[in-house]
Design a protein. Structure first.
Lengths: 349, 337, 372
């Protein structure tokens, strides 16, 4: 049912820093095998900000864990995951020893979790979290704390106050920023962020996005931003990759996706997202619901909800193909999607 | 699906249909039989199925079942202990006295079996009393808050501060109980206090759940909310409390008989163990069976209770109940997101 | 779908809801001014959306409006009857508390904890019917629940009715919660961030469903949202109103065209700035139009206009005098800002000087309390 995805190969100008190839994650459940990631491939390029967009039940959080080989037991991760450090040989992440993996995580690739509210240990101070991380990785604590001070200040926090507090004494926005600082503590090259702004206020959300842009420049990072909120990443990200039903369905430069998305799901999603600009009549929900990982529809997993679906779609899962400048899509009828699902953006209000 | 006000004219159809959402009376009736069958399935069959699926449930049920049988039918079948047999005959020697005899010739098996009814009465009375009291006080104080909470917690604090053992001794001396039910309650006279506090703190968390607030918004009576929203979510907790108290009764009663606080009776496992000990069971193998036979009874009953409580934990889990209930789709969607 | 201007269903006058917050065991207790001096009317078939950040008091206001939270000052009236007088039996009670309680319902944000996990959907929904329609027998109740489930699009309804909460998706749970609220034929439903926990692609569907049922059942909605896009959708579609709250006060209220697209209040403008658009506008700066990012504590709200500590247009007089919520000339809106009054001394006052954009950190603590 699923087709290997290596036939599309972008020819990016930037070099690749993290390569995800045909990665799948399966869970064995009583009622069947649950495939929560289905042969996904993605190239993360050095220095870019890439947004992975998907709704709940699309597999995006599992994708974040997979990138650090941190899938929870009893999930089984298969495929290839290659990391290209600044110097030296490419690293085959899935075949590292425990020690090497531990060094890779947080020192090269770091993860900022969803739900900063509960990511801190409530009985120890924030500073102790930092110290613990430093000690665990064998770093010099004093130097590390100095860096922590700098990071917190870059995130517009008062370092002394924040470090000396218990997590419950900080607001949601502060906790989230502290969590980002913690992620950057060991000078990683790649920062993966899973819905980092989910529970925050509008203003704080927007501010953190701006801060991320500054931090990225200052510390020379590559950002992978995972979210369900399309408009949020519209400004921040250079490229977008859209997930549906545990697979990537489309990827390309942000502007290209937002204006000229070709996959019916992407287009429908853009139309279904409430926003301030489009006229109300053009906003339309997507019928149906996303599939259960144990029971994915045959062929193209989106076909039950797709306007363009036909017999071919039911029979054969479309492969991703490169259709434009750095723009790939997995759909048999991508050429007709623009007419079938029009955008009516209206005048900017 | 039926609307009985199908609308007579075209104009009134729309209005009638809208209003009919609130006027629908059923056309297909569920029969009494179907209803009771569904009730049975929900409350009895499904829990039994769940218990059966877990080894702890099977063992626990079996063990407790054996004891209940011993205490009810067993006393009819097994003759009362009489000092007719050989003195201190070891276990497994003869079919007449499979577990041996004590120092006056009474058969061990009949001693154990005939102690069971009293033990069961004590344990059930004590555990039910303490658990019910703790639940009522804990849930009311936790949910109602305010002055009720303060008043109840003051009572609880007093009860907790009074030392248990001296209190029981004093009360036993004053009341001089002979009924095992009364003894059971006496033994747990302030055991409920600590549990009520822990139950109360659980309730405090539950009280802030959205669905409890929604029930308040719907104007449901406080009693309904406490019994249908709060209590079912506390059941695993309460179950463990029940079992803990039951075990406490077993050990406490044995201990109290030993001290002499409770009126002496040879029909008690604890007393049997004490008599065995004073007859040198710890040092010589001659009276050893007199010690371990009642000991095994205590241990097995205790074990049975623990296993049963652990498996009941699963019964109160709605996910497992749903799986084992016939009324919902058996292979159903457990939503992962 | 438009509001009628008859007698309001809920009338809020000079509302104050203050909480006591104890600072540690021996510390003195502080007052949290969650809602402070607010007037608001909600009419029949009305849709009012309250927008604001955490700590602004919108949830507290919402719960007070439906009688789940007791005010510490001012009054909340249901069709002219003070709700709390009715509950306690003070004076002449025109409308019994029972009736009021039934007419005001709530839909919570988190569908996951909104249903009793130990009971089936059918059992959850039967409870209110047993209380409010006691002359329905078992079969009648089941039938009504089944027909409502079908009406909200959950087919086959019998199957859904026998499920437990954990067997439903987020969207389905939320629809069950909606049915539960509707079963009592209420006059006002508080939808507390009702779509925020749902997937983006489901939000419009849910909002459309709520509006569709509004027509059917004649109910009003008080929506709470922190998201301007959702607020825009539902208020525009229902021809309703939007109210922007800041630190316990209503700073701007009116039609969405006015409040969201022709904003007059500087705080509304900040919220608008913070709402991401699909297509970024290069003219919009990446620096927020506030002097401070973090919200001040509701324990110690700023003097005068509460927004003056962050407002880019603040002047001396703003710190001394609180502006009142007044109608603007272009109609359909009220705003609480001196800048809307061309003759106010604001225009002669000096601007407040301090460092621009002091972001976060020392002294500011925008802890999101459980009741905001």
């Amino acid at each position: 049912m699923t087709v290997s995805e290596t036939q599309f190969e972008h020819e990016p100008e930037q070099e690749i820093i993290l390569e995800v190839e045909n990665v799948s994650v399966e869970f064995d459940m009583e009622r069947g095998t649950s495939r929560v990631l289905d042969t996904v491939s993605l190239d993360v390029r050095r220095g870019e900000t890439i947004g992975v967009v998907g709704e709940s039940g699309s597999g995006k959080s599992m994708f974040a864990s997979a990138m650090l080989d941190a899938v929870v037991d009893p999930g089984i991760l298969s495929g290839d995951l290659t990391y290209y450090p600044n110097e030296g040989e490419p690293v085959d992440v899935l075949n590292l020893s425990d020690e090497e993996l531990r060094r890779l995580r947080w020192e090269e690739i770091s993860l900022v979790f969803q739900g900063a509210m509960s990511s801190f240990n409530p009985v120890i101070k924030v500073e102790d979290h930092f110290v613990e991380t430093l000690e665990d990785h064998g770093y010099d604590v004093d130097e590390g704390l100095e860096r922590a001070h700098q990071l917190l200040a870059d995130l517009y926090l008062d370092p002394n106050r924040v470090l000396d507090s218990y997590p419950h004494e900080l607001s949601g926005g502060m906790k989230q920023r502290a969590l980002i600082a913690l992620g950057l503590l060991l000078e990683p090259n790649v920062l993966v962020m899973d819905e980092p702004t989910a529970a925050l206020d509008l203003l704080m959300q927007r501010s953190i996005i701006s801060l991320l842009e500054d931090i990225k420049e200052k510390y020379d990072l590559t950002l992978v931003f995972i979210t369900h909120d399309l408009p949020l990443v519209g400004e921040l990200c250079d490229r977008l990759a859209v997930m549906y039903s545990f697979q990537f369905v489309e990827s390309g430069p942000t502007a290209e996706i937002i204006d000229h998305a070709k996959h019916p799901y992407t287009r429908a999603l853009l139309n279904a997202t409430p926003n301030m600009q489009m006229p109300l009549e053009t906003m339309r929900p997507i019928e149906g619901a996303s599939p259960d990982p144990v029971n994915v529809p045959p062929g193209c997993s989106y076909h039950p909800r797709c306007e363009l679906a036909d017999d071919l779609c039911e029979a054969q899962d479309p492969a991703r193909e490169l259709i434009g400048d750095d723009h790939d899509v997995a759909c048999h009828h991508w050429e007709e999607s623009a007419d079938a699902i029009p955008f009516d953006r209206g005048e900017s209000r | 699906m039926s609307h009985d006000s199908g609308g007579t004219t075209a104009e009134t159809t729309e209005v009638a249909q809208d209003e009919s959402l609130f006027e629908t009376r059923s056309v297909e009736k569920m029969t009494r039989g179907e209803y009771y069958r569904e009730l049975f399935d929900t409350w009895i069959a499904a829990p039994l199925r769940i218990l059966r699926s877990d080894y702890r449930g099977i063992f626990g049920f079996a063990l407790i079942g054996i004891f209940i049988l011993m205490g009810t039918i067993g006393v009819w079948i097994v003759p009362s202990p009489e000092a007719t047999g050989p003195i201190l005959q070891p276990a497994f020697k003869s079919m007449e006295h499979p577990l041996g005899t004590d120092s006056v010739g009474k058969d061990m098996v009949s001693l154990i079996v005939h102690s069971t009814p009293a033990m069961l009465k004590m344990v059930s009375a004590g555990a039910i009393f303490a658990t019910s009291l703790a639940t009522i006080i804990g849930v009311s104080a936790g949910y109602l808050g305010g002055t009720v909470d303060r008043a109840m917690m003051t009572i609880v604090d007093v009860a907790m501060t009074i030392p248990g053992l001296p209190l029981i001794i004093v009360l036993a001396a004053v009341i001089d109980p002979t009924s095992p039910y009364l003894i059971g309650i006496l033994v747990t006279i302030n055991a409920w206090a600590g549990s009520s506090r822990t139950i109360r703190s659980q309730v405090l968390t539950l009280r802030n759940q959205s669905y409890v607030e929604a029930s308040r918004a719907m104007g449901l009576s406080t009693f309904t909310i406490m019994s249908k929203d709060v209590l079912p979510n506390m059941m695993p907790y309460i179950m463990m409390g029940f079992v803990g108290t039951a075990r406490r009764v077993i050990f406490a009663s044995a201990g109290l008989y030993f001290i002499g606080v409770l009126p002496f009776s040879t029909l008690n496992w604890g007393v049997m163990m004490n008599l065995a000990r004073s007859n040198g069971a710890l040092y010589s193998p001659i009276a050893a069976h007199w010690l371990w036979a009642p000991m095994m009874a205590i241990v097995l009953m205790s074990l049975g209770l623990i296993l049963l409580a652990q498996s009941f934990d699963r019964v109160f889990n709605p996910r497992l109940r749903a799986k084992h209930q016939k009324s919902s789709d058996a292979d159903d969607s457990e939503v992962l997101s | 779908m438009s509001r009628s201007n008859g007698e309001p269903v809920i009338s809020i006058e000079d509302l104050e809801v203050h909480f006591e917050k104890k600072d540690g065991f021996l510390g003195k207790s502080q007052t949290v001014y969650a809602v402070d001096g607010l007037d608001l009317d909600i009419y029949e078939n009305d849709v009012l959306v309250l927008v604001g950040e955490s700590g602004c008091g919108k949830t507290t206001l919402g719960k007070t409006a439906i009688g789940l939270q007791e005010p510490t000052g001012g009054s909340v009236k249901y069709r002219g009857q003070d709700i709390w007088d009715a509950k306690e039996g003070n004076g002449d009670v025109d409308i019994p508390y029972d009736e009021i309680r039934r007419s005001l319902q709530i839909i919570h944000q988190d569908p996951g904890s909104a249903l009793n996990p130990n009971r089936t959907v059918m059992a959850n929904l039967s409870e209110p019917l047993k209380k409010w329609e006691p002359d329905l027998d078992l079969n009648d109740r089941r039938e009504r629940i089944i027909s409502l489930l079908e009406r909200v699009g959950m087919t086959p309804p019998q199957d859904y009715a026998s499920r437990y909460a954990h067997q439903l998706s987020g969207g389905e749970k939320q629809r069950v919660v909606l049915v539960r609220a509707l079963l009592m034929n209420p006059d006002l439903i508080l939808a507390d961030e009702a779509v925020s926990a749902l997937d983006v692609s489901l939000r419009i569907e849910m909002m459309d469903l709520m509006l569709e049922l509004q027509d059917l059942i004649d109910t009003s909605y008080l929506f709470i949202s922190h998201d301007l896009s959702n607020a825009r959708y539902i208020s525009e579609k229902a021809d309703g109103r939007v109210g922007i709250m800041y630190l316990g006060e209503l700073v701007e209220v009116g039609s969405p065209e006015r409040v969201l697209f022709d904003t007059k209040h500087p705080y509304s403008k900040v919220l608008r700035w913070a709402t991401p658009d699909l297509k970024s506008d290069p003219d919009v700066s990446s620096v927020p139009p506030v002097r401070r990012i973090d919200i001040p504590d509701a324990v110690n709200p700023p003097s005068g206009c509460r927004f003056h500590t962050r407002c880019p247009e603040a002047r001396e007089v703003c710190a001394q005098e609180p502006p009142r919520l007044l109608e603007t000339d272009d109609g359909d809106r009220r705003v609480a800002c001196f800048r809307a009054e061309p003759d106010h001394e604001y225009w002669d006052s000096d601007p407040i000087e301090d460092e621009s954009l002091e972001v976060g950190g020392a002294g500011d603590d925008d802890q999101a309390t459980a009741d905001d």
